[in-house]
Design a protein around this ligand. Structure first.
Ligand SMILES: Cc1cc2nc3c(=O)[nH]c(=O)nc-3n(C[C@H](O)[C@H](O)[C@H](O)COP(=O)(O)OP(=O)(O)OC[C@H]3O[C@@H](n4cnc5c(N)ncnc54)[C@H](O)[C@@H]3O)c2cc1C
Length: 302
């Protein structure tokens, strides 16, 4: 277990959580931020990174991912610590009024106050039900691509049939040694233009389609993958030599453990008792952004 001590824990690195790092920093409050996603930005990064946003003051038009980059830059001078790819599972309130927050990766953060900026709940990738996959996650199995450089000259298995799977197959085919696309149907749910491009790369031998197959198992050691096993509907198993597996099966969203934290809730949202302080029913815990509800509340970034 890793243990940290700080002033404030912010649950959720969406736009509300990110801006609160800045506001806390101005008050000399140090913050640690936890998010289940591998990237910061909440809904902006996960659901609509390329959509323009028109209702942010002083920005007649700003792309969602650009807005997140700006929020990150605005928070950076206050040196926040991000704990990504992990969910805040529980917290305890200590006798002196401080809190101990524990994440799904056994990170423990001791703090004086907690801001819950959890949006509509924890986002998380839909994980394929493969035995022992946790050992490989973050090392050879990724649910998002942060740096393409890692895949240069490697064998990559991409699983899924949507835009993310196809777009990354197209992009990584340029730099990887081999890209396999595993999908259980021969139809892909992607832009027709991308489907055509993929067909061309298949013809050139840069992408190999493995259809109709489903993921069946992983082989490797100490988190380092050597092969991905796939199975067809007749139970025939095939072994794909692989350095990386990228499953793109969409995102799941759930209120998760927040529902059990003893906070006063209204229709799956945290009740804010006083919108001038955003305090909740537990002293020292505040709720902001989409997760918070109070009179005349709007679910918008501003
Ligand atoms: C398609 C679409 C378009 C939109 N367009 C606009 C627009 O143009 N303008 C506008 O103002 N708004 C828009 N919105 C709404 C806007 O995106 C939300 O109001 C905003 O993202 C809310 O920010 P937030 O920080 O409260 O929550 P979120 O962005 O939802 O972020 C919450 C984060 O908390 C994390 N989290 C939750 N529970 C836990 C936990 N237990 N542990 C760790 N992490 C946790 C989640 O993984 C998530 O990353 C749009 C929404 C959608 C879906």
């Amino acid at each position: 277990m890793t243990i940290h001590n700080t002033d404030l824990v912010i649950v959720g690195a969406g736009p509300a959580g990110l801006f609160s790092i800045f506001e806390a920093g101005m008050l000399k409050i140090k913050a640690h931020v936890v998010d289940t996603l591998e990237v910061i930005g909440g809904q902006c990064s996960a659901l609509y990174p390329e959509k323009p946003i028109y209702d942010i003051p002083a920005h007649p038009k700003v792309g969602a991912s650009e807005l997140i980059e700006l929020l990150e830059a605005q928070a950076a001078p206050f040196a926040p610590t991000y704990h990504l790819n992990q969910r805040v599972d529980k917290f305890t309130k200590n006798a002196d009024g401080s809190f101990t927050v524990v994440t799904s990766k056994n990170t423990q953060i001791n703090c004086k106050a907690v801001i819950i900026a959890a949006g509509c709940g924890a986002f998380g990738p839909n994980r394929p039900p493969l035995e022992g996959i946790e050992e490989y996650e973050g090392k050879s199995v990724f649910y998002a691509v942060r740096s393409k450089a890692e895949f240069v000259g490697k064998n990559v298995v991409i699983a899924g049939g949507g835009d993310s799977a196809v777009d990354w197959a197209l992009s990584l085919a340029e730099i990887s040694n081999k890209v396999y696309v595993v999908h259980r149907r021969d139809k892909f749910r992607c832009a027709p233009e991308s489907a055509d491009k993929m067909k061309a790369l298949v013809a050139e031998g840069k992408i190999e389609l493995v259809i109709p197959y489903q993921l069946d198992g992983l082989e490797g050691n100490d988190g380092k993958l050597s092969a991905v096993l796939v199975k067809d509907f007749d139970g025939n198993v095939k072994k794909l030599e692989a350095d990386y597996l990228l499953p793109f099966f969409g995102l799941a969203m759930e209120l998760g453990p927040i529902a059990d934290w003893g906070l006063s809730l209204h229709k799956n949202h945290i009740e804010v008792l006083d919108s001038s302080t955003m305090r909740t029913s537990i002293e020292g815990i505040y709720a902001i952004g989409d997760i918070a509800t109070y009179k005349n509340k709007l679910k918008l970034i501003l």
